[in-house]
Design a protein. Sequence first.
Length: 492
Amino acid sequence: CAALSLEAENDDEACFLRFITHLILYVDTVLPEFCAQLALPSGLDAVTESIYSLRELLILKYVAHLSSRRDLWPHVALYTSLLSSDNVLDTYSSFLIRVHGDRERRMALKQARDLFPEGLDVYILRNVVRGMVMCDKENFAREVGEPGALAGIAPVDARMMRSVHWLCYYPEHGPDALVCANMLLRRFLLSHVGEDPDASDRDLYAPKVFVEKILPKDLITVAVDQCQGEDEEEAVPGPISPSLVQNLEAEFLSIKSYLEAHTKYVQFLDAIAKTSPCHTSSRLVDGSRPRHETEIADKMERNAFRQKKMGLCKIIVEFANRASDTLTAVLTFAGGWLVDFDSNLTDEEIDSEEAKARSEELEAIRSSFVPRAVLMLEEVLDKTAMWLEQIAYDTLAQFEGASKDMLLTLYGSFNETYRSNDDLTMDLLVTSRAAPGYWHKKALSLASVVANDGNGLHETFDNVEMEGFLKLMAEHAYKLNRCTNSQNFFDY
């Protein structure tokens, strides 16, 4: 009978499997010694015979049957709890990977915490989430009951994102949630390593959605508080040390800052592409009017033209400031962007296979994304300066002799220390945010940021990248000189 039940394939055979499984369980309860002597069916391999008893094999088969029927999922945990600890871990982990609904996940996890040995749920969830995060994308197949993906997100990426929710139901799982969230973020970023830095606006979309819409807002707070306030009696098995959580927090914030900067960078590129710096002034009078009317009309025309330019400049300067500030925050991230520290970590936290893999991934991401961030910031500063030069050239071309005062007045309106009754000086060519020189000077300061050992940036550049960067700095020095030489600048 046992041999036949192990081969159950249809509903009738499943009913027989249920009967024989419960019969063996009853025998094991009333006659445990007799049950232990029951022989396994013939034809099993030697390894199976040495590991499993008949009782264990029948329960495994019955749990597999329960797992195959969504309406029977509420019973999986109960029968799994009758297995040995090793089989509980493997069997329930394999089952939970297929559970995708939030309500079903909560039920399955609660049952595991109620029925399994204390702390085993943590090891199960670690297996489940890591298995889903590191899944093979090529063999993905959507399962019954699995929620659809958000617009623009691949279904396999959506599954990986939702997997972290397994670790967000109970506060004590918070540190593990942070570990796995970082693991998935690294996987997303690594998929872009080696790609053309001139990314489209859909690049990095998946990790942005993951951080902004999928992860709980208090992810870091819960993880840090759990580690710092953890009592030994309430500690989860294999707890994560406060030192490691500090590194994980810095890693998450580093990646988040880059994603935010990339968003501002894309918004800047979109704004500068859609905002033309040039427009034609409309003359209010012709030469037949009296002189005083012509002078008044010309002044009104110049003011209207300058106000129009001021409005255009405000748009671009605002987008440029946002992009440059967030990119600068990435490059000057406290302690270095994605720089990990080994101080106060345990040997296991340094030497484990997962720790070594994480270290290698961080290094690969830094080597690719730090030079990219530097070039993105240089691009923002350079394009802003070039766009503002077009503002100046357009004004000079249409107003000639009057253009110098018009431009200096425009620049003065963007200088925070300038007042309307102040004398217009050539210092505005460097200090005003509407002047090209301001942005070229800011670009030149990038050299100091990259050279600062505290930021750890220059070590991520290879020889070719560093040579290209230094060439860009030389070009900005030349452009700064051109834009701050009043004689050349106003003689366009």
